[in-house]
Design a protein around this ligand. Structure first.
Ligand code: 6PG
Length: 242
């Protein structure tokens, strides 16, 4: 599926929001829930703002999950859940909201807790079968918290892992900005969605987009859905090296 390249970040965000709206409406029409896994970072906030303008959507049919989370309290400025809560969840009254737990002061226990939740929701599936999995892309080619050089990249069994972005950095390498500990869905867990959408905007992502789609040598390239291939929604800057 060729990438969608939109003139502006706003148009890219609008295309992404429309996919989510359409999926939610279709699920509701079929009398089932729509399971949506959200990404973190700043890019999806524009999508959250657009979705927050649609309280008329059948949010009572939405189940929300997260693809990764910084291991901080939910009110911390870096919390991915907090961003969605403050922008979207005030108006979008979802049926079920499942943030990644970060309160046990034990990341491994919280990772196991989230994995138990996901496996309980999809007990017969080889991976969480989200209706739509929304992912971002870092300038270094990471997605979720699959950071270059971290052990999670070779995780083949677990669905949720603890990730320390600086855990395996080369001596003298720059420290990762932001929280030192994260929870993340693993490559196997990121491969089960019915629809996987990457949203990336800005010149800073252009080389990571090219490396992922052309060279397939980034952590984001490890996201290989068993179903439909990922759809990439880009603005002209992020798509400028394709
Ligand atoms: C996170 C995200 C991460 C994000 C990229 C891009 O927790 O940070 O899940 O994978 O999607 O880092 O972040 P921006 O959208 O802020 O550029």
């Amino acid at each position: 599926m060729p990438p969608q390249i939109h003139p502006t970040p706003a148009q890219a965000a609008s295309a992404c929001a429309t996919l989510i709206e359409e999926g939610l409406l279709e699920a509701a029409k079929q009398g089932r829930n729509f399971t949506l896994c959200l990404s973190g970072g700043s890019t999806p906030k524009a999508v959250f703002f657009l979705l927050a303008k649609r309280p008329d959507l059948p949010w009572e049919r939405a189940e929300l999950y997260w693809g990764d989370e910084r291991y901080v309290p939910v009110d911390h400025k870096d919390s991915n859940f907090r961003a969605a809560r403050d922008i979207l969840l005030g108006s979008a009254k979802a049926a079920a909201v499942h943030p990644m737990p970060t309160e046990a002061e034990d990341p491994a226990a919280d990772a196991r807790r989230y994995e138990t939740l996901l496996r309980g929701r999809w007990p017969k599936e080889p991976a969480p079968a989200f209706d739509l999995l929304l992912l971002g892309l870092g300038a270094d080619g990471h997605t979720a918290s699959l950071f270059p050089g971290t052990p999670v990249l070779t995780e083949a069994e677990r669905w949720v892992s603890v990730v320390r972005p600086d855990g395996d950095r080369a001596p003298g390498a720059a420290l990762h900005e932001g929280p030192r500990v994260r929870l993340s869905l693993t490559p196997p867990a990121l491969g089960g969605a019915r629809r996987t959408v990457f949203l990336a905007v800005g010149e800073s992502k252009a080389e990571a987009v090219r490396r992922t789609l052309v060279d397939a040598d980034t952590p984001a390239a490890l996201v290989r859905p068993t179903g439909a291939a990922p759809l990439w929604i880009l603005d002209s800057e992020a798509g400028s090296r394709l």
